[in-house]
Ligand binder design. Structure first.
Ligand SMILES: *[C@@H]1O[C@H](CO)[C@@H](O)[C@H](O)[C@H]1NC(C)=O
Ligand SMILES: *[C@@H]1O[C@H](CO)[C@@H](O)[C@H](O)[C@H]1NC(C)=O
Ligand SMILES: *[C@@H]1O[C@H](CO)[C@@H](O)[C@H](O)[C@H]1NC(C)=O
Ligand SMILES: *[C@@H]1O[C@H](CO)[C@@H](O)[C@H](O)[C@H]1NC(C)=O
Ligand SMILES: *[C@@H]1O[C@H](CO)[C@@H](O)[C@H](O)[C@H]1NC(C)=O
Length: 480
């Protein structure tokens, strides 16, 4: 008797589990159609044109055309090598970033008064992918867009060391509105927080403020902290503070410099606060070369071309990562099935939203759960060996289109990011026959997760620093 009363619940629960798992299989999973021929890469020929990104103004917002950086570099000769390199540098960048965070947290514990150590992303330059054109001191400059750093800078004449760039070099002598920033100004002091290095005084009287930014992999920019008139489309910013870089080295493509959209006082977002209300957004196009997206500065959401409502979540404050944009990831679903795992549940996960990292990184346990569920639902396709940091790969040769499970990231406040169908697979072969799930695992559970730009394709990503919230909506990116 005793035995059977104990057994009954066991049998019942076994039955239930069995029953549920059978029921689960018959539930219709959410799938989305991926047309593979759209991703067959064509060797683009002709002279790349780097300086023709357009802009326009609409309802108080400034809209800048955004292009992939490859548009600005020489045509790709070996795609496979290029794709490999891009993932390798993405990984170097993430590794260097994670070790800096560890260092910052550690030194923060030793000296609490010094815990606000600013971090700049490390050797990420190979992977900073998107460019816009703006006018600085009367000259069009094409700059790489980076939400992970703060100071905007361009290469500047006379150069001690400048890499090749497509546009003409900025010449301070040709701009009547150019000024250098003096060494004793508060602006010079804010360099410490924006770049991790304090200003250095040099020159005659009054001494001028020199900045230095190092990007971990040996890349750097060094020069005079300056100000000049900036035109973002038709919007004018007088006395915009930027770096006039006289000594620059690194993998900046053929761009003139970099636009910093981070959170500190010197970032473009902070400096244009009265003009644009501390709000910007972008839509990153899904293909590399000629496709356009947009960077929108301004807080009137009527100018977005989103096709789903904007779903907002709170920005998470973190003193160690105060220059970055963080959200609280509360769950992930694959094909409508919510992943279960120690990484989720009541606590949630801090996750960094970055325009510069390519591939999304998740903690090992969360990644494992995601991979298992994905492979379960994307069954019947032959798997093949991994590619660089990506370990979930399939051979799709012979298919024109496939149904792939949908992927949704859930955030605090019931916000969602529905990953676009173009952001789920990384195309390893130029003929699109081999693909890999475009998500990678972090090395350790305690590292910070990152939403990379691959998973932000065809999404309007809104950064509202005034209301301290991040928004996501579906949008087919284009400049028009
Ligand atoms: C900058 O580029 C825009 C668009 O290509 C063009 O209309 C404008 O005249 C250019 N400005 C300068 C100063 O070259
Ligand atoms: C690049 O675009 C600009 C503006 O549209 C144009 O004036 C220029 O001739 C183009 N250059 C090349 C090399 O195509
Ligand atoms: C946004 O633009 C629309 C259309 O011009 C206008 O009606 C609305 O007042 C604007 N909203 C804000 C907050 O400026
Ligand atoms: C993330 O959200 C969850 C669920 O709302 C909450 O319990 C948790 O405290 C949040 N985490 C952070 C870091 O705010
Ligand atoms: C993929 O499948 C095709 C056709 O079945 C085969 O010829 C090819 O060798 C496979 N590729 C890999 C990398 O396994």
């Amino acid at each position: 008797m005793v035995g059977s009363t104990l057994l009954l619940p066991l049998i019942l629960s076994t039955f239930l589990i069995h029953h549920l798992s059978v029921a689960k299989v018959s539930i219709h999973r959410e799938k989305t159609v991926l047309s593979l021929n759209k991703f067959q890469r064509k060797q683009h020929s002709g002279i790349p044109n780097c300086s023709s990104q357009k802009s326009r103004r609409e309802n108080g917002a400034t809209i800048l055309e955004m292009k992939h950086r490859d548009y600005c570099s020489r045509p790709v000769v070996d795609w496979n090598e290029m794709l490999q390199k891009r993932l390798i540098s993405d990984e170097i960048q993430v590794r260097s970033f994670q070790s800096r965070i560890k260092y910052a947290v550690y030194s923060g514990m030793e000296d609490l008064s010094n815990s606000q150590i600013p971090l700049t992303l490390g050797s990420k330059l190979q992977t900073l992918n998107y460019i816009v054109t703006v006018e600085l001191g009367g000259l069009n400059v094409t700059v790489i867009v980076d939400t992970g750093s703060d100071l905007t800078w361009v290469q500047c004449q006379p150069c001690k060391l400048c890499y090749n760039q497509r546009n003409r070099l900025f010449n301070p002598l040709k701009s009547p509105s150019y000024k250098s920033v003096s060494c004793d100004s508060p602006t010079c002091q804010s360099l410490q927080f924006a770049t991790g290095n304090s200003g250095i005084c040099s020159g005659n009287s009054p001494p001028i403020c020199n900045y230095f930014i190092s990007y971990g992999d040996g890349s750097y920019t060094h020069g005079d902290l300056s100000s000049d008139r900036l035109h973002l489309g038709t919007a004018r910013v007088d006395n915009f503070v930027f770096g006039c870089g006289r000594n620059n080295r690194g993998l900046f493509g053929k761009a003139s410099g970099l636009m910093g959209l981070g959170r500190s006082d010197l970032s473009l977002v902070s400096q244009t606060n009265t003009l644009f209300g501390g709000v910007f957004s972008y839509c990153l196009p899904s293909t590399d070369d000629s496709a356009s997206g947009s960077l929108i500065l301004g807080d009137n959401s009527s100018v977005y071309k989103n096709s789903s409502p904007i779903s907002y979540t709170r920005m998470i404050p973190n003193p160690q990562l105060s220059n970055f944009y963080l959200a609280n990831l509360t769950g992930i679903s694959i094909g409508g099935v919510e992943l279960q795992g120690p990484g989720f549940g009541n606590s949630g996960n801090e996750i960094l939203v970055d325009s510069g990292t390519v591939i999304t990184r998740l903690s090992p346990s969360v990644y494992r759960a995601l991979k298992d569920e994905f492979v379960k639902q994307f069954s019947g396709f032959p798997s093949v060996h991994g590619f660089s940091i990506l370990d979930t790969c399939f051979n799709l040769s012979g298919y024109k289109e496939v149904n792939i499970p949908t992927m949704t990231l859930h955030f605090e406040g019931d916000a969602e990011l529905n990953v676009d169908v173009t952001g789920i697979f990384y195309f390893v072969k130029t003929d699109a026959s081999q693909v890999c799930l475009a998500i990678a695992s972090l090395s350790y559970e305690d590292e910070i997760a990152i939403i990379g730009n691959y998973q932000q394709r065809n999404i309007r990503v809104v950064y509202d620093t005034k209301a301290s919230k991040l928004g996501f909506a579906k949008e087919t990116c284009s400049f028009m």
